[in-house]
Design a protein around this ligand. Structure first.
Ligand code: FCB
Length: 463
């Protein structure tokens, strides 16, 4: 598929991070950080007692990941974390979002693996020494394979195993974590993992997707009181990826299609979390896929949150499929990234303002991921990434305008600190603000990161 390339004449001259004088981005209370996830950067998959995860299994199956890539080595962060954290500080980031690999810290019987725990303790201690705020995701998709062998997220028992895992981690790491996130993007785990098979474990069944989602959300809701009891001073939340759907025409059918797109991407997760109910429209879209829900489940899922993490990447233009669903109609002549995703910062602003209207109990928001992939190359020791600079600038401006419209947004994390294993797309897609040469593991700061660092230094001086 051919995509429109970025026209560098767009919006690059004023520098990326010189927001207007009245912008909330200048306030030191607005956190600016970088994000990563365990399987995407750590490597060392057989070390120190780590057990296999569903991503080890899935990426080993030919055809599942572009170029046959796996996370076996990734960015070798397991051995290079000190240097990577020096980069975080050199770039003036104030917060870091990482995830814990469940298969590193617990054995099959649920007993702690001390070596794995020590790894994360060292990481968090160093981040604290450096004065960074620590945002920790418990589940960024690397389910222990032995749990998948017993049904994974289709098995209600995984909910209780997750609560045990949350209990262990919050007892061990209490005081080292500023903000806990139970799950990263349950939509991807449920829909891509169990609904269409593009992600691990690779199952493709609509009924599986809704049941996996129910168990994921229940795992989240069951973990929240555990985290509160063990680590009362930290913030507790969850991360949802959200999608903007727009209608291809003004017809009632296409408007309805766009609505259903957002039900499937956003309300499927946010309604149970914030309203204690699944959206009815979801089962109009996918008839006969209602999950098995036991008494009390929805109350557990709707446990009050201290914050909501929002990940945003692109918008999708849709039309009615003539029945109860929608189909994508890719727009021509729009700017796209290396992923083929449309660059659409207004979608982020509109969603944030929309959520604020829809959910009267919307907790404070952190943008826990936003960023883009480009085919970045090191040329004479430098990496120029003009599209990313422009992308980040425009998305930060969108966040600022949502704040001005009254939405309580407390921070923004760029995805990602460094290029890494981009799931089914392997290493080809480069999302980092730091370039990684996978042959040598050499890190090269991209131009975007230099400009972020400059802005953050200036902001520190002003505050
Ligand atoms: C999100 C994932 C993250 C990364 C980005 C590009 O869906 O949470 O791990 O792969 O997409």
């Amino acid at each position: 598929m051919a995509y429109d390339t970025f026209a560098p004449s767009q919006d690059l001259n004023s520098g990326p991070f010189s927001p207007a004088a009245d912008s909330a981005l200048w306030r030191k209370q607005f956190l600016l950080g970088a994000a990563t996830a365990s399987y995407q950067i750590e490597g060392a998959v057989h070390e120190d007692g780590r057990l296999p995860s569903i991503w080890d299994t899935f990426s080993a199956i030919p055809g599942k990941v572009l170029a046959g890539d796996t996370g076996a080595v990734a960015c070798d962060h397991y051995h290079r974390w000190e240097g990577d954290f020096d980069l975080l500080t050199a770039l003036n980031f104030e917060a870091y979002r990482l995830s814990i690999a469940w298969p590193r810290v617990m054995d099959e019987a649920g007993r702690p693996n001390q070596k794995g725990l020590d790894f994360y303790k060292r990481l968090l201690a160093r981040l604290k020494e450096k004065g960074l705020k620590t945002f920790v995701t418990l589940y960024h998709w690397d389910l222990p394979q032995h749990l998948e062998d017993r049904g994974g997220w289709l098995n209600r028992d995984t909910v209780y195993r997750f609560a045990d895992y949350a209990d262990l981690m919050s007892r061990e790491l209490a005081g080292q974590v500023d903000a806990w996130m139970t799950l990263n993007e349950p939509w991807c785990s449920a829909y891509l993992g169990y609904g269409n098979g593009h992600h691990a474990p690779g199952l493709a069944n609509g009924r599986f997707a809704t049941q996996a989602m129910h168990h994921l959300l229940l795992a989240h809701g069951s973990a929240i009181p555990v985290l509160r009891a063990n680590d009362p001073a930290s913030q507790k939340g969850i991360v949802a990826n959200v999608g903007r759907g727009t209608a291809n025409s003004a017809s009632a059918e296409d408007q309805r299609a766009a609505h259903l797109f957002e039900v499937q991407h956003n309300a499927w997760i946010l309604d149970p979390l914030l309203k204690g109910a699944y959206p009815e429209d979801l089962f109009e879209l996918w008839p006969g896929t209602e999950p098995l829900v036991l008494d009390g489940d929805l109350k557990t899922i709707a446990a009050p949150l201290d914050f909501l993490g929002i990940n945003y990447y692109f918008r999708t233009n849709v039309e009615s499929d003539g029945g109860h669903g929608f189909t994508e109609v890719p727009l021509e002549g729009v700017e796209r990234t290396q992923m083929g995703w449309e660059v659409h910062p207004d979608g982020l602003r509109d969603l944030l303002i929309g959520f604020d209207k829809t959910y009267s109990n919307l907790p404070p928001i952190y943008i826990t991921e936003n960023g883009m992939a480009s085919d970045d190359k090191v040329v004479e020791g430098h990496v120029d990434d003009p599209q990313r600079i422009s992308f980040l600038k425009r998305h930060l401006a969108a966040v600022d305008s949502a704040i001005k419209a009254g939405v309580d947004i407390r921070g923004y994390f760029v995805w990602s600190l460094m290029d890494n294993f981009e799931w089914a797309f392997g290493y080809e897609r480069r999302f980092g603000v730091v370039h990684v040469d996978y042959e040598t593991q050499k890190r090269t700061v991209k131009r975007s990161a230099e400009l972020i660092a400059k802005f953050l230094a200036e902001r520190r001086l002003r505050n």
